[in-house]
Design a binder for this molecule. Sequence first.
Ligand code: DP6
Length: 368
Amino acid sequence: MTEQDFIPETYSKTLEKGKVTWESPSNIALVKYWGKKKHQIPENPSISFTLNECKTITTLTFTKKESNKDFSFEVYLDGNKEDDFKPKIQTFFERIESYLPFLRDYHFKIETKNTFPHSSGIASSASGMSALALCLMSIEKELSVRLSAVETSFNENLFNQKASFLARLGSGSACRSIEGDLIVWGKTDSIEGSTDLFGVKYPYKVHQNFKNYQDTILLVDKGEKQVSSTVGHNLMHNHPYAQNRFQQAHNNLEKLKPILESGDLNAFVKLVESEALTLHAMMMTSMPYFILMKPNTLEIINKIWRFRQDSGLHISFTLDAGANVHVLYPKNEATQILEFIKSELVAYCQNGHYICDQIGFGANQIKE
Ligand code: DP6
């Protein structure tokens, strides 16, 4: 498939107005996307667990307008007008315009809310951009010809592919939020069907140990991101270790295959933690350099290591480009691990805040 395959033929229907709502989850990468080329093409492949509770719910109201000169839209977060979001959405519309030629024909009201607190330091770009991409896809679907029942399942697949393709153009990691429960993005030889253009479901056997995997997110620092993702990805240009890092991501995806198949939790823990620390090592060794972990991030990591050693349980951590810690563990160890989190780790969270999440299966349309 190429980008050209996502350019639609002329639409068969016209619509004066309408309204669609989607809820779309966040995701947590096990092998990290860090570094990108032009047009939101990743420098390396990544894989993530789709989350279940951390979601964005977006309602898109569209009304046909007179002139199709400019994009016209307004954005609301929790009912309040948010002009700060407009530049990001303007850029998104510019990037996706050739794939959704109706964009200039309508005025859009974008109403969005998150199930997680806005100032939690949890990036809402993956859930937000995927929810918006799905709303736009629903409009395109309505504008297109009704398909026969036989073609429907094929087209649901195409619908998800294009939604993921569009979401990627809004925010790279957003392309991994359309479906679940394990999504691969970025072409790599060891994963059949993988592509730089959109996220695909992990196509191989996954052991029972990884079903219902838990993710408790410890909110260590709820402040604004110190480094925006665009700045962060750019740090990989001319980075002294970039090529080795990109190769390592390919190798780690290949290594993950037998781990996921056999249910080898010890190997999983090592690979996932190494990925998280490598992401931060890349930031510490770039120019300019950043330390995104906070003292409490390190306290938590050390406590996790000690508890794992003492208990023999399969608790591990991963990090995004920030100070918060995602604590990952299998469902059947949840009782003891949650007890440990509450008694030992929550003290390191800002205002004691944390979110209990687990693997989920992707976005849903909300019909009125
Ligand atoms: C560290 O998807 O936020 O979370 O494409 O610039 O929007 P943009 O970047 P973004 O980067 C996320 C990076 C990461 C790792 C990951 O999710 O794979």
